[in-house]
Design a protein around this ligand. Sequence first.
Ligand code: APR
Length: 268
Amino acid sequence: MDDLESLAGAIKRAETAVAFTGAGISAPSGVPTFRGDDGVWDRFDEGQFTYGRFRSDPEGFWEDRIELQRVMFDGEYEPNAGHEALADLGQTGHLEAILTQNTDGLHWDAADSRHGGDDPESELATEHDHDGTEILELHGNARRVRCVDCGTRSDGDPVFERAAEGEVPPQCDCGGVFKPDVVLFGEQLPGAVIQRARSLARESDVFLAVGSSLVVEPAASLPRLAASSGATVAVVNLESTPCDSIADVVCQADVTDVLPRLFDLVES
Ligand code: APR
């Protein structure tokens, strides 16, 4: 039995299977990854997008953020076969949750296009899609903005347009300043989000890490937490990761190849 067959067997038997995704699952959709060849951090410096800079130099932060949003999200990106395979696993009751570091919203699009789901509106930025799979956006959602004064969340497109036309930083009706609804460097993940992610990792029987270099904390410690709680841990990534040594299954392959095959094996 090869690794993928044994992983499919573990998913079939699992009470709680959890997927954890990074930029690599969206790369086949055209969204650039952060590290590796031509990564976002080759074109920008992380220091441009820290919470400290947002507070000390909101104009400069927003001018750079408009450029980053253009580079990362300007295309009409569609979910790919990797997103769809995870949505299908959810629809057949084999996936309890998707924890994603990605802020592109493509897991919602996949859930919606495959099975009808709604974008998250809740404070926790987690919601159950149509089939009850919980989608937890650990780093927020770049399609939204949030007022740092009154907390209002709203659609990001019109606000980014106003900023691109010179309203930097863009202002909320309350007079406060909008921030992209993502976790910036130097900013804490909302406590409820990381607590929920950690409890899912602890509860999981199978923890499937997909398309992440697994170097950014606290997210990157989730596979280790799952492993220490007795889960079968699998890593699907084009390159090696620091968690390969603790994984039961390592597939150095493309998500659009592995995940549909995994779904077919689980359903066979
Ligand atoms: N199939 C499988 N893996 C892929 C594919 C693919 N088609 N394309 C790229 N990858 C892998 C790369 O080899 C790389 O190891 O996806 C990984 C993406 O790693 P990163 O670019 O570091 O992205 P990620 O792990 O999501 O970064 C975590 O860092 O900058 C912060 O907030 C940002 O959420 C991000 C966090």
